[in-house]
Design a protein around this ligand. Structure first.
Ligand code: HDD
Length: 702
């Protein structure tokens, strides 16, 4: 209990005396007695102990508040300034600490210790984000996901600030503000939030053919991931590695999730936004807290300047990828996220990623998108975090020794000693100096040419890779893309914008354009715009699929068991054991949060109450109900939705007699993804995947 030093005059509204500041409500300080624990004294920011944190300082019991109340003013002032500007893009994010471990040395290609010292564990901080929505928006809109990694290496911080998609919308950073203004809420009406499905976005896209490849990715299920733990990550740009002899090799970075790729279906993503706006954040939190530490492999594609010259596209163009069939991926390390941040604001919010944070042995390329980013991030951190000293914040500071002569500024935390704040100097033997041997050296690439604002001819093919991506997908994925395009364009009010987008699609795939045109009920197929470079067919790349990269596993997945009073405890246990043995987390859902009284009289605690825990939040469901329980739930829409949605979202289900009754009430006709309670092993096996063939029965896809 907090001890208060000096009794103050009686105050409070209650009529029954006596009241003092150590007993503000005259109730024997019940509030604090109930809260329990051993507490440090509460103080002001200056360290003064606060005697009363419940009442402001007033004249008389019911009189005005005094300006003199420095405790009140300090508390409110600090509160008023608690928010900092949110990121203009990627405002909504979730992050975790972990480590990177190199498993294969790239010594031949780079001098960077993080890429040469096999077995060394480098601390990392990783922030995942959506792009368009504000900090308080939901986790599951259709959107690209940011995948930003800060490596605290022995040679300084290296930030690999990527996305879950290997290409980007635009080729030149000068277009970034236009792209972002087009995708954000429309400025006159202030909506839609966190969505691309509106006129300004598609207007910009229809006039920016270089974006069409990225659009194919954005309309695929990559932008509705099941979990942040089941996404790939990409550095996007071509970077350079430089070895000890000064020789350079180009490199693309890829993160591959150990749990494989997995996405939701669109209807599920939409419903998740309501069922659990924090679905991805909670999923990452629960996995890390539960000891299921998410893991990724780091892969690289390495190629020389000469090889790059022979590619049928420009490696400096961020709207292009390098097919893995052309340059295979070499796995060189792994990253594990094993610690949730202690404080969301201090770490996840204040972390400042800058692609310009690089270490010796890694260098930039001339990609004009990357070059613009090298300026933008440092600039944005200055206004977002309010001071050039943001690098001193614990989450941003390097973990290797660092020293320089930069001084002062807002919120300076350091107290530098000595007379010398310049270099060279002879007055202070320990003042920091440049180190030509160990320091970063830019690769001396030779550049020449006239100054101009020109887009290279080698960037002009906007459709071949869009076509490659679409044609590399399974039929299910192609149907999802067509439906996503129809959904997005049906939210566009301006007919000529819809038509212009369909026109572009004709260069990607004539059949896709027809499906979308049909989905929008266009009278005729709009003309395709003139293409500077007509698309060419490239061999399909299965590495671009999601379904092809799904892992048949229950690891990292969650199985929900719906029970009622009178459910058979042995049957519940059987499912639980089998699912847990396969690596899943199991959660119990009951009509009441207190749980259910099983047939053997034992109480089974629930992890969630039915109305607030729909099947949408699970990867597969089991339904174990007593006859009475099934009878009651037949009239409960949350139970009917539980069944319908699990089926509609292509999930494996296992049902006993009660569950089957509920299925019938929901109008669901079981298929081979619905298992009887005698077939638990088959259910567990089925739960490792989704039943895509079912989809044609449950919704009309474009
Ligand atoms: Fe960016 C944030 C990824 C192009 C300007 N970007 C930001 C974040 C990610 C990316 C993951 C969030 C970092 C975090 O979690 O704090 N951005 C990308 C990728 C791009 C890209 C993969 C293309 C390959 N970005 C890009 C361009 C510009 C910016 C071309 C400007 C010229 N990006 C920003 C920014 C942000 C940002 C405005 C907002 C908040 C921040 O930087 O720290 O400066």
């Amino acid at each position: 209990m907090v001890k208060k030093a000096t009794p103050a005059p009686a105050k409070g509204l209650g009529k029954s005396a006596p009241k003092t500041s150590s007993d503000p409500r005259g109730d024997g300080d019940e509030l604090h007695q109930q809260a329990g624990g051993k507490h440090e004294p509460l103080t002001t920011n200056e360290g003064g102990i606060i005697s009363d944190n419940q009442n402001s300082l007033k004249v008389g019991e019911r009189g005005p508040v005094l300006l003199e109340d420095f405790v009140l003013r300090e508390k409110i002032t600090h509160f008023d300034h608690e928010r900092i500007p949110e990121r203009i893009v990627h405002a909504r994010g979730s992050a975790a600490h972990g480590f990177f471990e190199l498993t294969r040395s790239l010594k031949k290609h780079t001098s960077a210790s993080i890429l040469t010292e096999v077995g060394e564990k480098t601390p990392v901080f990783v922030r995942f984000s959506t792009v368009a929505g504000g900090a308080g928006s939901v986790d599951t809109p259709r959107d690209v996901r940011g995948f930003a990694v800060k490596f605290y290496t022995r040679e300084g911080n290296w930030d690999l600030v990527g996305n879950n998609i290997p290409v980007f919308f635009i080729q030149d950073a000068i277009k970034f503000p236009d792209l972002v203004h087009a995708v954000k809420m429309e400025p006159d009406r202030g909506f839609p939030q966190a969505a691309t499905a509106h006129d300004t976005f598609w207007d910009f896209i229809s006039l920016t053919p270089e974006s069409i490849h990225m659009i194919m990715w954005a309309m695929s299920d990559r932008t509705i991931p099941r979990s942040l733990r089941m996404m790939e990550g990409f550095g996007v740009h071509t970077f350079r590695l430089v070895n000890a002899e000064g020789k350079s090799t180009f490199v693309k970075f890829h993160w591959r999730p150990k749990l494989g790729l997995q996405s939701t279906v669109w209807d599920e993503a939409v419903k998740l936004a309501g069922a659990d706006p924090d679905f991805h954040r909670r999923d990452l939190f629960e996995a890390i807290q539960g000891g299921n530490h998410p893991e990724w492999e780091l892969g690289v594609q390495l190629f020389t300047e000469e090889e790059a010259e022979r590619f049928p596209f420009d490696h400096l163009d961020a709207t292009k990828l390098i097919p893995e069939e052309l340059v295979p991926l070499k796995v060189i390390g792994r990253m594990v996220l094993d610690r949730w941040p202690d404080n969301f604001f201090a770490e996840t919010e204040q972390v400042a990623f800058c692609p310009s944070h690089i270490v010796p042995g890694i260098d930039f390329s001339n990609d004009p998108l990357l070059q613009g980013r090298l300026f933008s991030y440092l600039d944005t951190q200055l206004s977002r975090l309010g001071s050039p000293n943001f690098a001193q914040l614990p989450i941003n500071a390097p973990k290797c020794p660092f020293a320089n002569h930069q001084r002062d500024g807002h919120m300076q935390r350091d107290v530098p000693k000595g007379r010398v704040a310049y270099e060279p100097s002879s007055l202070q033997a320990d003042s920091p100096r440049e180190d030509a041997k160990r320091g970063f050296r830019t690769f001396p690439a030779r550049e020449e040419g006239a100054r101009s604002r020109i887009r290279p001819e080698s960037f002009a093919d906007h459709y071949s890779q869009a076509r490659l991506f679409f044609r590399s997908q399974t039929a299910f994925e192609q149907a999802h893309m067509a439906s996503a395009l129809v959904f997005e364009l049906s939210k566009v009010e301006t007919p000529h914008v819809r038509e212009a987008v369909v026109g572009h699609l004709r260069h990607v795939d004539e059949a896709l354009a027809r499906r979308v045109a049909d989905g929008l009920a266009l009278d005729s197929l709009p003309p395709a715009p003139a293409a500077k470079v007509p698309p060419v067919d490239m061999p399909p790349s299965p590495a671009l699929q999601i379904i092809g990269k799904m892992k048949k596993t229950l690891e990292g997945r969650v199985v929900g068991i719906l029970v009622s009073d009178g459910s058979d405890g042995a049957a519940v246990n059987k499912v639980r054991k089998a699912a847990e043995a396969a690596g899943a987390v199991v959660k119990i859902v009951a009509p009441k949060l207190g749980g259910a009284k099983l047939s053997d009289g034992k109480k089974l605690a629930a992890d969630g109450q039915l109305a607030g825990t729909p099947s949408i939040v699970f990867d597969a469901v089991a339904v174990v109900l007593s006859a009475d329980g099934a009878g009651e739930l037949e009239n409960e829409s949350a139970a009917i939705d539980f069944m319908r949605d699990a089926f509609g979202h292509l999930k494996a289900m296992v049902v006993d007699a009660g569950g089957r009754r509920l299925l019938e009430a929901a109008g669901v006709k079981p298929d081979d993804g619905v298992f009887a309670s005698s077939a638990i092993d088959a259910f567990v096996n089925g739960a490792k995947t989704r039943f895509f063939a079912r989809e044609a029965k449950v919704r009309m896809l474009a």
